[in-house]
Design a protein around this ligand. Sequence first.
Ligand code: SF4
Ligand code: SF4
Length: 497
Amino acid sequence: MRNLILSESQNGNKYVYDINQKLLRNIDDVSYHIVRLAQENQIQLGQINTLFLKTNNIVISDNELERIKSSFSKLYTNSRTDALKTEITGDIIKYYLSNFPQIVFEVTEKCNLDCKYCTYGDFYNGHDSRTNHNLNIESAKRFLKYIYDFCNSSYSTSSKNIINIGFYGGEPLIRFDFIKSITLYAKELEQENVTFQFSMTTNATLLNKHIDFLVQNNFKLLISIDGDSNNHSYRVYKNGESSFDDVYNNTLFVKNHYPDFFSNNVKLNSVLHNRNSVFEINEFGKMNFGKNPMIAEISTDGLREDRKTELLSLFKNKNEDLKQSEDYFRLFHKENLSEVPDYKEAMYFIYNLSNLIYFNYSQLFLNQNKAVKPTGTCLPFARKIFITATGKILPCENVPHKFAFGSVSKDDININFGKLAQTYNMYLSKIKGICSNCYRVANCSQCMYYLNINDEHINCYGFMNKKEFSKYLCGIITYLENNPKIFWKIINETSLS
Ligand code: SF4
Ligand code: SF4
């Protein structure tokens, strides 16, 4: 009965989950113990009789046992049937490039700050060493035109396509000339069927100088601020001075001078660490800017072994921090629900591990299972196309540079779609063996580019055996039992697309 997982919530309610049918069922104590006994003794339910149960201190009648067996007959197969799919083609990758692509330009490697926990800093490896490169404007224009042509090709299935252009650094506003030039070039290309939207992640230290242009071009801004002066004290200039006053004053300037823009286009992002808390970050955002910030943990991917301990001493777990106060946990639920880790877990469980939500009509009417592929790695370019300051093409800013999908220069663009698909398939089929034994596979968020994917034996610390999956289920079920309104919110706010 590999497909059946038993779990008990912290409220003492018992459940069985069928991983094949993605079905969670509340069961009585006796049924729970009978399935547990069958699993522990590695026998089929059909082999269990009342005598065997009696020797295990369960006394029930033959009729009752038959009723229990028949209630499980539909759930009960001896294996898991979730076949993993690993095949993509060059054309599928071109399709993603051609439909609502999101291009992010790493405008420059330079930054005027020296934030302690920066993923490009001393604690991490995986990225090329940073030597203050700037992305060439002509290379970026060439790449933009390349994507624009894809959006006008037969690979595009939309009559109204939007290309999202993001500017990223270092600190992108150090090279305002680049941002201005690319924005104006995109505007020149714009036609009725292909339009552009602009966004930027910024440390806000130079925001006051360039805000007019950003407002005129309807930029979406993500401003990094970790809370009040003390909370923000890891975000320092190169000379060690805090950036707080500049960041705070510039953000306030935008709020006061462009209130509609600030309200609609600006989000705050805060990193959680040992000098702030979820509570302090949220109160600061609310009181000063009328916004609930997005809250990220310090990244633990790609850490240097010899600096791990030091970096981890700054780390704070968001869920644990949030649960320090019951009152605050409840308040936070009301105000900033999308930032509650338990809520996100429950949402992904309902999306990916239940049959309560269908994402298209084939799933609903033809009972087609959502395709499951090993790992949580996104398909090449399905989420993002990241161009480094040196012209490497990557699936996002987090992926180690050695996995570059191609390159761009002012004279040439080099992406071999067939080879890219082949490499992607090769990696996935390599990891398929371990993923097909992992119980979280349909709800995995692990990116394969962070695993030792080139080694003969791949290790994944996120792997879940049956027992670990049962514990994971317990957390989600307990949360949903304690927050029934959240369950209905997730169900009611998801519609067929
Ligand atoms: S880290 Fe991996 S899964 Fe996440 S966005 Fe990047 S490529 Fe996709
Ligand atoms: S957690 Fe690891 S082993 Fe499990 S499905 Fe994801 S990538 Fe595979």
